[in-house]
Every structure is written in structure tokens, then in C-alpha cells.
Design a protein around this ligand. Structure first.
Ligand code: ADP
Ligand code: MG
Length: 706
């Protein structure tokens, strides 16, 4: 590596910055060192050669650039205070309007001088205008521009902040500073950590060129090429780190489960009430292989709602028991924990396996006795909520941890369970939120992944309808028919997170109107504010078929299993996210009968809400839904991504750049296959770079700025 001194120099020493602006750059954007500027990427580019004509403006015009003169400047005082400048090119006139920064605008605008104006034209009373345009006087090119930047037609536009702008550091401030920086940097100052073979294979520009042409592209192609390289390296680094983590994990010593014994065999041969699907069998083989290796299992089990993950979890726990270990299953809610507990107890019935449940509401003597038995190894399977994580919960020998509905638990919580032994237990994480393959790579790239891609036989897709509120009576009539056939019905109200009281009111109002509509039916109600015991009692009434309608908030979202329920009505469905809608719909269609889902909504729907409801009507496939969800909302909002290493991605976007991600993953895989410890000389720079990143060093060029 050549001298790193330039990149490491304080930002205040860069020409044109100085101490006050430096302070603002530090506080506002976390930019301390000159080299950090490199990572402050433009968020768009203005093509200085593309100049539009005023006469061509129509009401759908995007942001455009115009070249012309200011003819007249008018200040309007009083209410609606503003400054209006009439701008003219050789085809017509347009008003430029400022509501803020009026004084500034008045100062820089001079009649009859030539300006470049950039902004989105809109029409007001039939005349086109641009509010708060970007405007720049056309002057002679400044000298002192490095040779390689002179021909630039694309001008970078940078994010700045209000404070920085007030200190004269707007987008153009960044352009100026970037120029200063590139006057000093030499190609050798920028470390190339991607191995030469990969650079060559993917025809990547070198890093120096990539930075230079991202900030100062001479044309579109060059800009794309440069940005591709930077995106590739973001993906590549992320994948390298995840694969290395996976490698480390795979070498963590773990319990060796020698045998399948009494518990597993009895269950499989005598208790299992159905044939496993091929997908379930395949996953069991994968788990069996993992637990025989002598290393810790870290496996993610993905499977759509209703694909039968629970039984896989149960059989996995039985393997642990056959080998003299305890197991636990952690669920995100009390209702779900209770249901797993009941379900598992029924499944293993008179087998000599002791199952208990621990939740926050189990207290006092009962809890104490339970914890004692657990520590003495007398409890084989402990089902529970996150109460299981508490330090007072001590196992004698915990060998297997099953985590259901993983997205509710953070990585940190997961690892707390690990620490319950010196040798970490095997971990199987089950998630019903299928995520797109590219996202899985990014979020779970450190785990081994199993997929149940097959539903148990006889399942029919849930027929789904989007219905406006005005037609509720027709839906209610249909509900009555279904109940007359002996079926049961869910009616779900949204939980409004900002206002628990309001959602409670929605729910109780709804409950009353349902009661009025079905005076002869028994109705249950469950919501988050109820005591666990009451919740459970209501749930049980519904499970046992003593009530026909379940009115609930989303507490029933995950996992609840009542095969006789055949209709799901979702009120205000426009307020739900796609994955939640899919989860809710998954509560029906669990028995042999045809099932239905009604998505109720008002007429006022956003474009996204329409798209979501349409998706639900069109498909039952959780993976398709996940893909659409990601396309509609962007990856940052998908559950689970917040905890991932996604913050390393400044330019790259896993939706738009998915092909690049797959290639980066392949490149990383190839390196790790060939040289898992990164010992080859050609991988030394890469290894050091990653090690520094993982050590969390803020050292520039050895770490990214997050
Ligand atoms: P999820 O994957 O959503 O957790 P569950 O494990 O709750 O799904 O299973 C849904 C339903 O399917 C349960 O009633 C379960 O007993 C049943 N089931 C699971 N596997 C099979 C199978 N191979 N054949 C028939 N029914 C099955
Ligand atoms: Mg489940």
C-alpha cells in the first residue's frame, strides 16, 4: 500500500473546507477524514449537455434543464410571500418561484445574464413554473481542474444538509472539495482488495478509476461502469464476510448426536398422524446430517405458512432427547407457545418425554419448581416465549434450540440461547416469512438454509377477494352460510401501533356489529390487551368449536392452527403489509375444506395498497408474495433486514442489482472454496481488509464508513 496519509488527513485540511465546515461535516455526515469523502456518492447526475426547450414542457415533464436568461424579477409580499423570476429561452417563458430563501435568490439573480436552470416544471393557472429550481450562472470554465475531469458533461449532485448548506457547503461544495481531493490522490493511494482474477473476470475498473468516474463521469456509460464496480465490491465484501462467518460457525464444536433412538422411532412409527411430505423428509435428512458432524448446526428452515414446519421441529427435538439432551422451542407470542405446548403434548401423548411450558405469566412457586426440574434435567422439552432467554432459566444440558417465526427475534437474542452451554446447542430457526433468494443471501448468508417447498397433500389455495366496505352485508351473508355448514370464521382488525386505544375501539366496535349481525352465534374475541389466561380461554373456545366466529387483532397472526376455520375476513386490509396479510390468510386453508379470504377496504386506496391487495388476490405463493413485497417496499423494510449487515450497502440495492449480487456471491464462493482460510498470497489484501472491517476499526481504506 502506498502512503495512506492523504486519505487519513483530517477533512479540515482539505482546501476550501476549513475548521467550521469541517465541524459541520463531522456532525452532520460523520465525515472526519478526507478519504471518507470518497464514499459520499452522488445521488444523481445532471447532464449539462441535455438542455430542454421551454416550449416542449408539458404537464408530465420530469425534471429538466433549461438554458436562458432572467428577464424580470418580482418580489411579492404579504400572504403568499414569494419571489418570481421570469426566465426565457429562445422558445418561451417560464416562472421560477422561491417561497424560501428569497433574499438569497434576489441576490444571485441578475437580469439578462445567462443561467442553467434545473427542476421539475409544473403548471399553475396554465403557465409553467419551477419552484425552487437549481440555478447556476454560466461562466467560463474554471481553470485548475485536473485534466481527467475537464471533459465532464455529467455533473454530480450530492446530498447535503440544511446546516451544511447554510455554511456554503451544498452540492456544489461537495463537487469543489471532491475536485481538490482528486488533485491530491494518486491511483496507488487506493487499495485494491478484490483479487486480480475477479477484477479480470468481471472486467471491473480499478478502484481509483471507479471512485474518480463515479464522482466525475465523462458520460453515462462510464458512470454506470464505475458505479457497477463499487456496487459489486459492496456485495462482494458482504458475501465474503458472511461466508467467513459461516465457515467459523461450521467449525464451532457441537454436540454429536450419535443415534436415532426410542423417542424418535416411536414417534415416527406410531405417533405421526400423516406421511411426511418429500420436502419434510429432505429437511429431516439435512438436519440429521448436521447433528452427526460434531459441529454446531445453524440452520434456517424456510417454509410457507402451513407447510408443516412444526412437526420437523418436534422430530428434531426428539433426536436430541434420544441422545441424552434437552431441547427447547421458542415462539414469539404466548398464544403460539401455548399452542405448540398443547400440540406437542398431544403428539407425543403417552411417550416418556416430559414437555413443559414457560412464559412470562408463569410465576411464583410454579415457576420455581419448573426451573428446578429443568436444571435437574427432568424436563425434556421446554416450550416458551422469550422468557426462555432469561438468565434464571438454566438447563442441565441443552442440546437443541428451535426458534419459530424467526423474524420476531433478533440475532442477539438468538445468541443468548447459545450461551446457555459451554458447547453451543444446535440451532434450527424456522421462518414462515419466505424471503426472496437474493435477500436470503444477504440476511441469512451465514446460515445453512433448508426449504420446505411443498405443501401437505390436499391443500387448496385460499380463494381471495378484495371487497369494498359497502358490500360488507354480502360478505356477512356468506359467513352465515359457512357457519351453517359447520365451519368457523376469523374476522381480524388491524393493530394501529401508534394508537392502541384506537385499535381497541375499532375492535370492540367491530365485535358489537358482528354480534348484531349474528345474534344466534357464539363469538370469541382476542386482543393484545387481554390477560394471557383470558386470551387462552377464548382461543380454546374457538379451537374446540364452541364459538363460531373469532374476532381478533393481529395477535392471531402467527402460527395459530384451527383446521376447521374456513373464512378469514380482514378488515381495513389496506393498512396491512403484504407479509402480514399472507400470514393472516395462512390461518385458513389448513383443513380439507375449501377456504376463503375477504380483504375489506375503503375506496380510498394508495397505489401501494392497491398493488398489495391485487397481489393477494392473484397468488397464494409466499415466495411470489415476498418478491412483490420487496419490489413494492424496497428491501430495507422487509422484516429481518434491519439486523443484517445491510448497512454496508451504500450504492448497491438488492432488488435493482440482484444479478450483480448473485455474481458477487458466486465470486466469493469460488474464493472460499479454493482458499477457505484466505492463505494464498493473492488473497492477503482481501483478508486484511475484511479482518479490519470485522474488527470494527474505523480506519479508513481498511474499513467502510457506515
Ligand atoms: P407451519 O409450517 O405454518 O408452522 P404447521 O406446522 O402448523 O405449519 O402445519 C400446518 C398443518 O399441517 C398442521 O395441522 C399439521 O398437522 C399439518 N401437517 C404438517 N405436515 C403434514 C403432512 N406431511 N401431511 C399432512 N398434514 C401435515
Ligand atoms: Mg408454525
Amino acid at each position: 500500500m502506498a502512503s495512506p496519509s492523504i486519505l487519513h488527513a483530517g477533512i479540515e485540511y482539505l482546501k476550501g473546507v476549513g475548521p467550521t465546515r469541517a465541524t459541520a461535516l463531522k456532525n452532520e455526515l460523520g465525515i472526519f477524514l478526507q478519504g471518507q469523502l470518497l464514499y459520499h456518492y452522488p445521488f444523481r447526475y445532471v447532464d449539462k449537455t441535455a438542455v430542454s426547450k421551454v416550449a416542449d414542457i408539458d404537464k408530465d415533464s420530469p425534471e429538466l434543464q433549461f438554458r436562458g436568461k432572467i428577464k424580470q424579477i418580482k418580489k411579492i409580499d404579504g400572504r403568499g410571500r414569494r419571489l418570481v423570476a421570469t426566465f426565457q429561452d429562445d422558445t418561451g417563458m417560464i416562472d421560477l418561484v422561491w417561497f424560501r430563501g428569497i433574499q438569497w435568490a434576489a441576490k444571485i439573480l441578475v437580469p439578462n445574464r445567462e443561467y442553467l436552470v434545473y427542476g421539475k416544471p409544473t403548471f399553475f393557472n396554465g403557465t409553467p413554473n419551477i419552484a425552487h429550481p437549481e440555478i447556476e450562472e454560466i461562466k467560463e470554465q474554471q481553470s485548475q481542474v485536473p485534466v481527467q475531469q475537464q471533459e465532464s458533461k455529467l455533473v454530480s449532485v450530492y446530498h447535503s444538509t440544511e446546516k451544511l448548506k447554510r455554511k456554503g457547503f451544498d452540492s456544489k461544495g461537495f463537487v469543489r472539495s471532491m475536485k481538490q481531493l482528486f488533485l491530491k490522490i494518486k491511483p496507488d493511494d487506493i487499495v485494491e482488495f478484490i483479487p486480480a482474477a475477479v477484477v479480470e473476470e468481471f472486467r471491473l475498473p480499478d478502484r481509483y478509476t471507479a471512485f474518480l468516474r463515479t464522482h466525475f463521469p465523462r458520460n453515462q456509460e462510464e458512470m454506470q461502469w464505475a458505479r457497477q464496480r463499487l456496487k459489486f465490491e459492496e456485495f462482494f465484501l458482504l458475501q465474503m464476510r458472511l461466508l467467513r462467518l459461516k465457515n467459523v460457525r461450521r467449525k464451532l464444536r457441537g454436540f454429536h448426536f450419535e443415534q436415532l433412538g426410542e423417542a424418535f422411532n416411536t414417534f415416527y412409527e406410531e405417533k405421526l398422524p400423516f406421511q411426511l411430505t418429500n420436502a419434510q423428509k429432505r429437511v429431516m435428512k439435512e438436519i440429521r446430517r448436521d447433528t452427526r458432524r460434531g459441529y454446531q448446526m445453524n440452520r434456517l428452515l424456510q417454509g410457507d405458512v402451513g407447510s408443516g414446519k412444526t412437526v420437523v421441529g418436534v422430530m428434531t427435538m426428539l433426536i436430541a432427547i434420544d441422545n441424552g439432551f434437552q431441547a427447547c422451542m421458542m415462539a414469539p407470542t404466548e398464544i403460539l407457545a401455548q399452542q405448540h405446548f398443547t400440540g406437542i403434548s398431544e403428539l407425543i401423548d403417552d411417550m416418556p418425554v416430559r414437555v413443559e411450558i414457560l412464559t412470562g405469566s408463569i410465576k411464583g412457586k410454579k415457576r420455581k419448581a419448573l426451573l428446578e426440574d429443568l436444571a435437574a434435567g427432568e424436563i425434556h422439552i421446554l416450550v416458551g416465549t422469550h422468557a426462555l432467554i432469561e438468565p434464571t432459566v438454566v438447563f442441565q444440558n441443552l442440546g437443541m434450540v428451535i426458534i419459530d417465526e424467526q423474524h420476531r427475534f433478533g440475532v442477539e437474542q438468538r445468541s443468548k440461547l447459545w450461551r446457555k452451554n459451554t458447547t453451543p446447542p444446535h440451532v434450527l430457526v424456522m421462518t414462515a416469512t419466505p424471503i426472496p433468494r437474493t435477500l436470503a443471501m444477504t440476511v441469512h448468508g451465514d446460515l445453512d438454509v433448508s426449504v420446505i417447498d411443498e405443501l401437505p397433500p390436499g391443500r387448496k389455495p385460499v380463494e381471495t377477494f378484495h371487497v369494498y366496505d359497502t358490500k360488507r352485508m354480502q360478505v356477512f351473508a356468506f359467513l352465515q352460510q359457512q357457519v351453517d355448514l359447520g365451519r368457523q370464521v376469523y374476522i381480524v382488525y388491524p393493530l394501529i401501533e401508534e394508537s392502541e386505544n384506537m385499535s381497541y375501539k375499532d375492535l370492540t366496535d367491530g365485535y358489537e356489529s358482528v354480534q348484531r349481525a349474528f345474534p344466534s352465534l357464539a363469538i370469541s374475541m382476542v386482543h393484545g390487551k387481554m390477560k394471557a389466561k383470558d386470551k387462552e380461554a377464548e382461543m380454546q373456545l374457538f379451537v374446540q368449536g364452541k364459538t363460531q366466529i373469532m374476532v381478533a387483532t393481529t395477535v392471531i397472526e402467527v402460527g395459530v392452527n384451527v383446521p376447521n376455520a374456513s373464512v378469514m375476513v380482514i378488515e381495513s386490509s389496506e393498512r396491512f403489509g403484504l407479509s402480514q396479510l399472507h400470514q393472516l390468510r395462512g390461518r385458513v386453508g389448513r383443513g380439507a375444506d375449501k377456504s376463503y379470504c375477504y380483504l375489506m377496504s375503503s375506496f380510498k386506496l394508495s397505489k401501494e395498497a392497491k398493488e398489495r391487495l391485487k397481489t393477494m388476490v392473484e397468488t397464494n405463493d409466499g415466495f411470489v408474495i415476498a418478491e412483490r413485497d420487496m419490489a413494492i417496499r424496497g428491501p430495507g423494510n422487509i422484516q429481518g433486514t434491519q439486523q443484517s449487515g445491510m448497512h454496508g450497502l451504500l450504492l448497491a440495492n438488492i432488488v435493482r442489482d440482484r444479478l450483480l449480487l448473485i455474481r458477487a456471491r458466486e465470486a466469493a464462493n469460488e474464493i472460499m472454496d479454493e482458499d477457505p482460510e484466505l492463505e494464498l498470497p493473492e488473497h492477503q489484501t482481501l483478508k486484511r481488509y475484511i479482518d479490519q472491517m470485522d474488527a470494527g476499526k474505523k480506519d479508513l481504506e481498511w474499513s467502510r464508513i457506515s
